[in-house]
Design a protein around this ligand. Structure first.
Ligand SMILES: Cc1cc2nc3c(=O)[nH]c(=O)nc-3n(C[C@H](O)[C@H](O)[C@H](O)COP(=O)(O)OP(=O)(O)OC[C@H]3O[C@@H](n4cnc5c(N)ncnc54)[C@H](O)[C@@H]3O)c2cc1C
Ligand code: SF4
Length: 570
């Protein structure tokens, strides 16, 4: 039966459409609605309302049926998502199961997804660092991919714009390769992390160690209180959704903010199949949506379209948007759509012990860690591999549990562990080089239950990644050794690309339409009223956690889109 609510074309026409309500889509919605545009936000997953829909947020450990773990049958049926460290009983409902949304791995690729209002912004580890000029200049300086069409100066004001609204805790460290931002008070390093920082400044003055910069309200400002968000209580169970809104998510921040303008229509359960291109008007006019539940197809129309479905999904939607003008996907005149996909190399970890500070311990639950910005090949090329890696750092006091005895004695022993040595650990966050041979494509035969072709992923590590991994082991071992850490152990997790959850590219930005898809404003060169501002747009990957850059690019691009629309250029 026809749905009377959607029968009229006029009722299905908006000023703007945003595809995806996650980290970047939330920002598009906020900026566009604030500027007065009637905006339709299309989200394939269910609605997740801030606070109301965080079912585990106040649960005690003993209230979980499986004591926080994933039952073995679910883990076996869903090997990909089960490899994600945060896929546990308390946050399982925010992850996509492999069985629900299959894809084709031509090469092993762990695609971690969150299909709901808020996307993966509910699940992220909230680490936020700006890119520096050295990151934007990377491809041109080192001769890979294509030159970025923007510089650090272009995006710096937008980093500030986003940081003030999101609330980023951090320290002004004055590091050229990691520019300072608009910070709330920083969290603290533990005593061993501070000791390591001092040791590094003595032995390696060019290798700073800092407290992580993270999206937590350590001291909420009026703009955060206006969003209904409050002070971080240091519970460190953020992946369940935070009832205080103390960490940034689309659900606690941008989506309700956009709703408050009265200009947003949020439509969950709306799987965007493709963007509709009008040959006469030479522009996109709307989107085709399949209702996730009824499978009914509906079209919506708008002057501008923001594609924020997450990097690989945005690639898919463009590839599925074919027309006589664009036989191989919308905007794909260069033939490069889906190519130059890159990610972060997270394979290396290192652990050690430290025997000092035996009279000190840690208290509380800091939802953050230490950070070592990239120090390799920053100012000049020093090694036989390109680019470099950042590293996380954490040091905490271990606990030794005496398991001897029986009955009451055993119980007492287990309940009263004694402090053991300090344990130190770091993980590598390496830049990978985008290559044409690392690509995604639509499967020619297989389709999902909503009629979309499955995604085919063919992405691999290369020699540069292997050399970088070896260097991480060598350099970090040396640094740990210099600090007097003992029992140093390195480990290659051998994890597949994708588990870093920082997949990027496929719709890269660039100056030349022959070698890129998007211009300096994230507009498709060949279809100017379509903007792609999630990870798909990334020309290279940097070493930083990427979401802050996606949000800043989105805000910048949305403001430009509104200006152009008002001038009649779109
Ligand atoms: C455990 C974990 C830890 C992380 N830690 C960090 C971190 O510390 N720092 C950091 O910067 N990043 C981190 N990330 C990555 C971060 O979450 C992503 O970079 C970010 O969410 C990407 O934003 P996005 O808008 O591109 O995609 P998402 O947030 O995934 O949102 C995309 C939305 O689009 C919807 N969608 C997809 N396809 C369609 C369609 N066809 N039609 C309609 N809607 C669609 C999805 O359902 C989803 O809601 C982490 C991720 C995870 C899972
Ligand atoms: S640590 Fe802070 S942000 Fe995380 S759940 Fe607790 S209060 Fe919320």
């Amino acid at each position: 039966m026809a749905n009377l609510n959607i029968d009229s074309k006029q009722e299905r026409t908006y000023d703007a459409i945003v595809i995806g309500s996650g980290m970047s889509g939330g920002w598009a919605a906020k900026e566009l609605t604030e500027k007065g545009l009637k905006t339709l936000v299309l989200e394939r997953g269910r609605d997740v309302k801030h606070m109301e829909d965080y079912p585990t947020t106040n649960m005690m450990p003993w209230e979980f049926k499986h004591r926080g773990e994933i039952p073995r049958d679910i883990a076996e049926e869903n090997p990909v998502v089960s490899r994600c460290y945060a896929f546990k009983e308390d946050a399982k409902h925010f992850f996509v199961l492999d069985t629900e949304h299959p894809y084709v791995q031509q090469e092993p690729f762990d695609w971690i997804r969150g299909y709901q209002v808020g996307g993966k912004s509910l699940l992220w580890a909230r680490q936020t660092q700006r890119w520096s000029p050295y990151d934007f200049e990377g491809p041109a300086r080192d001769g890979f991919a294509v030159e970025w069409p923007i510089s650090y100066e272009d995006i710096a004001p937008w980093y500030s714009h986003v940081e003030k609204f999101v609330g980023i805790s951090g320290n002004k460290d004055g590091i050229p390769q990691l520019p300072d931002g608009e910070f709330l008070p920083p969290m603290d390093l533990t005593c061993v992390e501070s000791y390591f920082k001092e040791q590094m400044s003595e032995h390696y003055p060019e290798r700073p160690v800092i407290i992580g910069r993270c999206a937590h309200l350590t001291e909420p400002q009026p703009i955060h209180l206006e969003q209904g968000r409050g002070q971080c209580m240091y519970r460190n169970i953020c992946q369940r959704g935070c009832p205080y809104g103390a960490y940034f998510s689309s659900n606690s921040s941008t989506i309700p903010w956009a709703a408050k303008t009265g200009n947003m229509t949020l439509r969950p359960h709306s799987v965007v199949d493709s963007i509709i291109y009008d040959e006469q008007q030479e522009r996109a006019v709307g989107v085709r949506v399949v209702d996730a539940n009824t499978k009914e197809t509906v079209e919506y129309y708008a002057d501008i379209i923001f594609l924020n479905a997450s990097a690989l999904n945005s690639n898919m939607i463009l590839m599925n948007s074919t027309s006589d003008r664009f036989l191989d996907g919308l905007g794909n005149d260069s033939g490069l759509l889906g190519k130059y996909v890159a990610f972060h190399n997270y394979r290396g970890t290192i652990s050690a012990e430290y025997e000092g500070f035996m009279d000190r311990t840690t208290s509380g639950r800091r939802p953050n860690g230490g950070y070592i910005p990239r120090f390799r090949n920053v100012f000049s090329q020093e090694t036989d591999f390109l680019r470099g890696y950042a590293a996380g750092l954490s040091a905490h006091r271990s606990q030794v549990r005496d398991t001897s005895g029986a009955g009451q004695i055993l119980k007492e022993n287990l309940l009263n562990p004694s402090p053991g040595p300090w344990r130190v650990g770091s993980h590598m966050m390496g830049e990978t080089i985008p290559k044409e041979s690392n690509y995604v494509a639509l499967d020619p035969e297989k389709r999902d239950e909503w009629g979309m072709p499955l995604l085919n992923v063919s992405v691999e590590y290369d020699d540069n990644d292997e050399k970088m991994l070896e260097d991480f082991f060598e350099q970090m071992s040396e640094m740990y050794d210099k600090a007097g850490f003992t029992n140093i152990r390195t480990r290659d997790s051998e994890q597949a690309p994708g588990l870093d959850i920082h997949e990027m590219g496929g719709v890269r930005m660039g100056k030349d339409p022959e070698t890129s898809l998007l211009n300096r404003w994230n507009q498709l060169h060949a279809c100017k009223n379509v903007f792609v501002t999630d990870g798909a747009c990334m020309t290279s990957t940097g070493t930083q956690n990427p979401s802050l850059t996606y949000m800043a690019l989105t805000a910048r691009s949305a403001n430009y889109a509104v200006e152009e629309l008002n001038k009649g250029n779109l």
